[in-house]
Ligand binder design. Sequence first.
Ligand SMILES: CC(C)(COP(=O)(O)OP(=O)(O)OC[C@H]1O[C@@H](n2cnc3c(N)ncnc32)[C@H](O)[C@@H]1OP(=O)(O)O)[C@@H](O)C(=O)NCCC(=O)NCCS
Length: 449
Amino acid sequence: MSQDPDQAKKLQELLKLLSLSNGDTSKLTVQQRKKFEEYKFWRTQPVARFDEKVDNEGPIDSSRTPADIPSEPYPLLKEFEWCTVDITNPQELEDVFVLLNENYVEDQDATFRFNYTREFFNWSLKPPGWHKEWHVGVRIRDSGRLVAFISAIPVTLKVRGKEVKSVEINFLCIHKKLRAKRLTPILIKEITRRVNKCDIWQALYTAGVVLPSPIAVCRYAHRPLNWSKLHEVGFTALPANASKTQMIAKYTLPKGTDTPGLRAMKYEDVDQVFDLFNAYQDRFDLVQVFTKEEFKHWFLGADTVIYSYVVETEGKITDFVSFYSLPFTVLNNPMYKELGIGYLFYYASDADLGFDDRFDPAATSTLKKRLNHLISDVCIIARDLKMDVFNAMSCQDNTLFLDDLKFGPGDGFLNFYLFNYKAFPISGGLTDDNSFDVKNRSNVGVVML
Ligand SMILES: CC(C)(COP(=O)(O)OP(=O)(O)OC[C@H]1O[C@@H](n2cnc3c(N)ncnc32)[C@H](O)[C@@H]1OP(=O)(O)O)[C@@H](O)C(=O)NCCC(=O)NCCS
């Protein structure tokens, strides 16, 4: 398609405006954002402005105690009522399941949507220490129908070495018919109230949209495992100058894994893996600190959802890797109903632990080799589990293998936010032009579902 020169120039300017121009994370996104003052809700919350210079890391407002927090929920319009969703009750779990399956993130053409399962909710919403009151719903008073949901789970974060008692907010969802009615701020205020009542004042959350102000920005990456199916459902286009046969050949993985000692993780491994994991995570600026009990839950707690593996050599565990399964429902396709999707979760390796500096060229090279091998094998395992695509983010040390293992950069970015906590920007594994930053990697060591 030809373009007139003026139009081409405008497009160039627009792209430039939207692209990264310096190391400031406020520019670290190709997505458009409003001016801070235009965020009618977020400008009233304890979050950093886009242009704010951070001098000291720490809480923004630490003046309140649980006694200062109202005991009653925020008022809602009379047609609606608050509820605490009891997800141990099958009927209530079903309500969340239906709401999210029908209304959670969809691509713009509405071809795919997440297919959350009961097992997935049980795993993600009921980690040790979970609070029933933090599964917050809004129902229509007359019919009892669940039309909105938001959740929090307790976590301990470590931000540049400082432990922060916190929650992770997830699964915010409003029924499609109730969008753009300012219900989100009310849900956020209500969950904040319930969390504050338990004397917790900080939160970690992620969003595709830009809000004030991302602490890190990561990019999605996709590794096709079953290219023909992805192409047939419209998930992956056939590039110009390539044939289907070439694409299939490009993404064909070896028949079986070849890392000696690679096997499923067992309960007996937990002590060793826990130590290896903590030693590895120490390199990142933003991590979740797991208790051993939490560790067991997150890595061995749900058979068809979380898959964890270790590499054992002569009784010693040298590597650990995990991924979770969250399929997509394929809408309006006569051939396929579901797309199997694996998501890389946490991993650890002792490859570079003997080095003081993870950026030492020898450390980089040894870890890069190890991870390439390990993640390639994980892709093979995922393929054998009938997954069609394997996703990873640009966080952790992932940029060491993303390009080599044919993970293509996705369209989506994930912004990381801290509520009521100021922190210096953390690199999300992206260069100025949003490609994967192999040299500097990422200092984000937390993976959100
Ligand atoms: C995300 C969702 C709840 C937003 O609802 P909405 O009806 O568009 O927005 P509302 O009118 O209720 O509220 C608008 C306010 O919420 C903010 N907001 C929108 N999406 C948000 C998000 N994901 N996280 C936090 N705040 C968000 C807006 O910035 C706006 O506040 P502002 O005036 O300060 O800018 C809704 O689109 C949805 O359910 N989407 C599908 C699920 C989803 O994407 N969940 C979020 C995953 S991160």
